[in-house]
Design a protein around this ligand. Structure first.
Ligand SMILES: NC(=O)c1ccc[n+]([C@@H]2O[C@H](COP(=O)([O-])OP(=O)(O)OC[C@H]3O[C@@H](n4cnc5c(N)ncnc54)[C@H](OP(=O)(O)O)[C@@H]3O)[C@@H](O)[C@H]2O)c1
Length: 286
């Protein structure tokens, strides 16, 4: 049995779907109303708990031999939540703590990278048998803008259209995480997980154009426009500040990585962006 935290998030759901083909999965939720959908994805057990409450994590780990810990996105409590999970895992005697971090946690100027670096340090020093996954930005960031891409022919993200990103398919990342959990030889490893191509928004727009058969142009949304949109959507001031900081960093540096480790874990080529867009277009037309 493996316990998955952050289970109802975008990442947690993808992980449950992949892991459940190989292991009984218990999903940690704060709201039991989420149980039905997570069971439909393959979770066999549901545990009610909160990453801020070590006791609830320890109870949730009862009978579980592994933990996949996924902290909430851009959360200021990343270190506390992870040290709580470490304490609970030690008390429960788990045989593997898989920590879902981020690629280049050394990029300390982005707060959640810095916090994940600190959380990694706690885990490495904890005495637990661990595996650290360091995934890059997902291809799935296309999903929320897809309607506008198709309807208006505009691929618009809040950074330069020329900066390059080795985005990865979340389904590949979930398959890689599953390998790490199911195979015996991934303890004490830290794996950077990046996609196979370095793509700018210009490249992405051209690939989408080819797949859907209509012109798509790339556009850099300004940080001011992003701020107006997320404030109108009711995001917290802290989340807004972190989003602006991260996208400012992307605008200046992009996000490059090497796909070798992901290729090794999958035992095949990772999905290309074109593979992802073709799959998405096929799912939508089905
Ligand atoms: N997006 C990317 O490209 C990317 C790339 C690399 C790494 N990551 C990392 O992936 C992780 C997950 O991101 P995501 O976008 O999938 O997250 P998400 O969709 O925001 O999901 C977060 C989940 O955590 C749960 N949660 C929040 N606070 C909790 C608490 N105190 N106790 C228990 N559960 C709690 C939420 O529960 P509720 O449903 O109850 O709100 C939700 O199910 C993040 O650490 C992020 O840094 C993301």
């Amino acid at each position: 049995m493996i316990l998955v935290t952050g289970a109802n998030g975008k990442t947690g759901r993808a992980m449950i779907r992949a892991l459940a083909r190989h292991r009984p999965v218990r999903a940690l939720v704060r709201d039991l109303g989420q149980a039905g959908e997570l069971r439909a994805l393959g979770a066999t057990d549901i545990a009610l708990g909160d990453m801020g409450d070590t006791g609830s994590l320890q109870t949730a780990l009862d009978g579980a031999s592994q933990l996949l810990h996924i902290g909430p996105a851009m959360d200021p409590n990343e270190v506390q939540y992870t040290t709580n999970a470490i304490e609970a895992a030690k008390a429960a005697g788990v045989s593997q703590f898989v920590y879902y971090s981020v690629m280049h946690p050394q990029r300390r100027e982005i707060r959640h990278h810095r916090l994940k670096l600190e959380a990694e340090e706690h885990l490495i020093g904890s005495g637990l048998a661990y595996t650290i996954l360091e995934p890059i930005r997902y291809m799935q960031h296309l999903d929320p803008i897809w309607p506008r891409v198709v309807e208006a022919g505009v691929h618009a993200m809040p950074f330069s259209v020329e900066q390059k990103f080795n985005i990865a398919d979340l389904a590949d990342l979930a398959e890689a995480a599953t390998r790490v959990v199911v195979e015996p030889d991934h303890l004490y490893a830290t794996y950077e997980l990046a996609g196979p191509e370095a793509l700018s928004q210009l490249d992405m727009a051209a690939i989408i154009s080819k797949v859907i058969g209509r012109d798509v142009r790339a556009e850099a949304v300004t940080l001011e426009a992003l701020e107006r949109r997320v404030r109108a959507a009711g995001l917290s001031e802290d989340r807004i500040e972190q989003m602006l900081n991260m996208n400012r960093h992307y605008d200046q540096h992009g996000f490059r990585g090497n796909p070798n480790t992901l290729r090794m874990l999958l035992g095949r080529e990772p999905a290309t962006f074109q593979d992802y867009v073709e799959r998405k277009a096929a799912e939508l037309s089905a």
